[in-house]
Write a protein that binds this ligand. Sequence first.
Ligand code: HGA
Length: 607
Amino acid sequence: MCGIVGIIGKSEVAPFLLDGLKRLEYRGYDSAGIATVTAKGIDRRRAEGKIVNLEAAVEKRPIHGATGIGHTRWATHGVPNETNAHPHSDGTVALVHNGIIENFQELRRQLTAQGHVFESETDTEVVVHLISAGISAGKTPKQATQDALQRLKGAFALAILFTGHDGLIIGARKGSPLAIGYGEGEMFLGSDALALAPLTRRISYLEDGDFVVLAAEGAQIFNLLGQPVERDIHITQLSGAMIGKGAYRHFMLKEIYEQATVIGDTLNSHFNPVERTLTLPPMPFDLSAVERVTLVACGTSYYAAMVGKYWIERFARVPVDLDIASEFRYRGSPVEKGGLSVFISQSGETADTLAALRFCRDAEMHTVAIVNAPESTMAREADAVLPTLAGPEIGVASTKAFTTQLIVLACLAIVLGKEKGALDRDGEAALSKALTEIPAYATEVLKSDDHIRSIAQTMLDVADVFYLGRGTAYPIALEGALKLKEISYIHAEGFAAGEMKHGPIAMIDETVPVVVVAPPDELFEKTASNVEEVIARGGRVVFIGDADGVAQFKGKAFATITMPTVKTFAAPILYAIPVQLLAYHIAALKGTDVDQPRNLAKSVTVE
Ligand code: HGA
């Protein structure tokens, strides 16, 4: 969340800052702003809302300078208006920030008592005044920044300009990501390499506690004590091309449709079609010695982890602890030295999940990251990486990252099962076969798109939607409800079907659609009974099952979606698609901002 870009260029930087911000807009769209420094001092333009508003402001009043910083905001402290938009500046210093300054109130009190006047409600503005106070006291920009950083608690990535110092940007990182880009006589800063990819491919990543003094000739990196440190420069593989929507109306729809391909790509990176075996990249620890697995993630990735728990326990016979990252670290769980901990995150930057990874690493657990961003902090810090090959996911509501996470978890469950001796050759072959069939089935499922759209049409005015499932369909019910909430703003809840009678069924009447995720598995009859209970109370059931299941509810269910008959193992991956499409069409028909839903952003870099 919040995107940062900084450029020391050879000519006007405003167009490049705006371009960099567009590549980071998935991180936040509450407001955007840029600032430059020239011999005349600091100048800035800011606008509430999306980057197009900032572009209009810059067009109306062009901003000049070859050194500049930019920001796209996801507000944590202070409403999303122009006054709270970054860059914040007092005329001496201008800066952009990603993160949360946790001790901002205390610092603000102290600085106000010293005569500093604050104009915004943000936590960020204290950093401006702290550094500025140092400059007024005669410190250099480097010293003033270093001293200010030592007083900050919380998380930050910062890019800072100084009046009188055209050609200088200081960047700093603690918790939130920040990359340095090396050009020819030009230097760059960015929240990720993607933002910098069109400008340079030579990238190094700041480590926590680092700050960098950037000039046109290069970068000097220091640790918090001010000692020079070296960080490797590598060539990013990320493409600088702006990703387009193609013929699709929204990125989310395009990404739903890409699933047939990217599921296959991800599976093929582990599957040997000749020997029909699955392998994982070598791990720096012995998988066969793993006695317990801890799965940690947030949001949609958490629901992928939940499916992973069912699979690992069933096929590898290894107990799995499942945790929401924001809870895990604080609940004092007894982590086991030598145990396996797996962290799942599309961006690989999710603050809570990253903190959980570091917590487990410090407790000497083995750490594995399942991420879609191969150059992310989690990918760099984990003992081993299992990448999802979903390609860039631009829609804020995750779709293809989810199903490729499931593929990776399925492979992990199978390989762990083999290593633990819980799965024999035939078992592996049967499960692998079920996975290899998924891409073709996914293409078939997508053919229901128009039908699902017609069902969506009947759900535009509802206030609540329930989703039910059992076994691995239960996390899919939870994910279906989350997708709907995220993009349509309709209240939705997922339940284990067997839980309905313990409370939620009291909510059922003819106004509440109940989406049932019911693949043909050994739990089908039990789910079917729960559906009957809902129908008996007037519930409007949208039944998702194979032809036999659908036949059972013809005439009783309000609507049905017929799925191909697939193996139980493959079902959660395929049944994710209709719930994604249903949420998508409801939101698109309602006319919400599907790709950039209100209050949300991708790459959740704050706690
Ligand atoms: N706390 C700052 C920056 C927000 C942020 O990093 N969000 O991800 C603000 O509210 O402006």
